[in-house]
Design a protein around this ligand. Sequence first.
Ligand SMILES: [Zn+2]
Length: 143
Amino acid sequence: MMGKFQVVRKHEIHCGHRVVQHEGKCKNLHGHSYIFHLKCESTELDNLGRVIDFSVIKDLLCRWLDDNWDHKLILWENDPWLLSLREIDATIVTVPYNPTAENLARYLVEVIGPELFKDLPISLSEVTLEETSKCRASYAISD
Ligand SMILES: [Zn+2]
């Protein structure tokens, strides 16, 4: 039987977004204190007995979130409001999907994790994203 080791780093950022075609109030511009649970895994430990030092996750993933998404408005690149809003805020971030918690989590696992960890023997295997203390969504690599 093959086991694996998993570690989780938590990180909080603050973003605006809206969900295009949402049936309720999430179609409005609004924001969240997003809490990310960044799960990293490996089948081997380093020579000190760790998956990776937590500071490496902080320096790569948490920093990426701080630099790219924190205190930004995240919109779908096909959002019909994008062009108008860009005229008053050039810092708006666009993503190629409706920016739900599920899609943001999947983007980190499938695109950002592999890019940031390409030289490391670990992978970002799962991201859980809390939009509120009551609501969270996850995306994980399936075995
Ligand atoms: Zn929201």
